[in-house]
Design a protein around this ligand. Sequence first.
Ligand code: UDX
Length: 438
Amino acid sequence: MSNPSIKLSIIGSGYVGLVTGACFAEVGHQVVCVDNDPRKLDALRAGKIPIYEPGLEDLVHRNVAAGRLRFTGDIGEAVENSQVVFIAVPTPPQPDGSVDLSFIEQVAREIAGVLKDYRVIVDKSTVPVKTGEKVADTIRRYNKHGADFDVVSNPEFLREGCAVGDLMNPDRIVIGASGERAVGLMQKIYEPFKAPVLVTDINSAELIKHAANSFLALKISYINAVAAVCEASGADVEMVADGIGMDRRIGRNFLNAGIGYGGSCFPKDIAAFIAICDDLGVPFDLLKEVQRINRDVRARFVKKVREALWVLRDKKIAVWGLTFKPDTDDVRSSVAIDVVNDLLGEGAKVRVYDPKGAEKAREFKLIEGADFASSPLDAAKDAEALIIATEWEEFRNVDLGAVKAAMHTPLVFDGRNLFDPGTMEQMGFRYTGVGRTS
Ligand code: UDX
């Protein structure tokens, strides 16, 4: 028997909204994605996807063609024609780390302005605990019809680069709700995904998102701190991580040492969680240490380059990788970008290559003064050192003999432990990884 199709609207056709809308359509629901940017809507209607995410373009095209996915700028029409309304608008950080909730508040008021009959309003954006209560309060205050509704928190755990896969095969689905009617509808929406569902109260669901991301960042900072101990003692962090990770209570995932975590989620979510906890009067200092370690690993890495090259001014340095991780074109809050700027700041001549991130780095002027190369080999030409800042698969398959021949001096600083130290030394490179001995 086919699954029941539910009419859904997604307000905010950004990263989370678009991927979520496309995946809901894929499993058979009727989805309308709303956005207030007419240019974005035109592009989407013309089949152009504003972000690079493997599998997304096909998914959008297929579901638009099947009549299950469409785009509109009219929030009233979208709310009128859907049983469940998802909010997926940005929640950007403010200078003090706390979350700017003005987009959420505005959408809540807009929904209130058009709400006539019962709807489930679902918050998918990452928000501080107790936001659901405020959304419900706002809708109640601004709705003239006194319409019935439920607010649900349904946090999103997708990772960039594998967002479609994460959404189609999630580890778990968290539904934070207060009424059975809303829970029933949410369960129907997620039935086709065949994933474990955890039903909680709204506050707990909101907290799960921040607590989960903070824990993952903590794991990364933990292994990066262990990497420093490995360097000081002659141990190998990859072996240590394997040994720790084989304990099923710990697991090997997110124990990859490197130059630290970046991206549009972890740095922002950890800062937000710290601010939320401060606000609640329960300071979470452990997370401040997580941030400190993350800053420290990058400084330690650049120091190694400085120690080998002595003065960085006018040194030709090749950097492979700009995105905050592979398989994305996202260069926001990327540690790779920070490393390039550290080097530029000391007067180095930096030549960068990234398979997908160069365009955005150039467009947003994130690394002014750096040269853009057309290939990994092109970047390495005449370089006095090569830095690997993002672990793209493409780099694994580069002809390293040609790279060595092209470089002025074969010094490699591998910020993502992409290569095996022994093999690199055998090939004649002077190789430095993170937390590794050769
Ligand atoms: C993350 C969460 O994984 C996801 O559940 C949440 O919804 C959004 O934030 P994302 O930011 O897309 O997803 O990327 P992720 O794969 O988690 O990597 C984040 C950063 O951590 C990257 O900079 C990556 O290089 C770094 N990282 C990750 C490490 O340095 N070591 C690791 O072992 C894992």
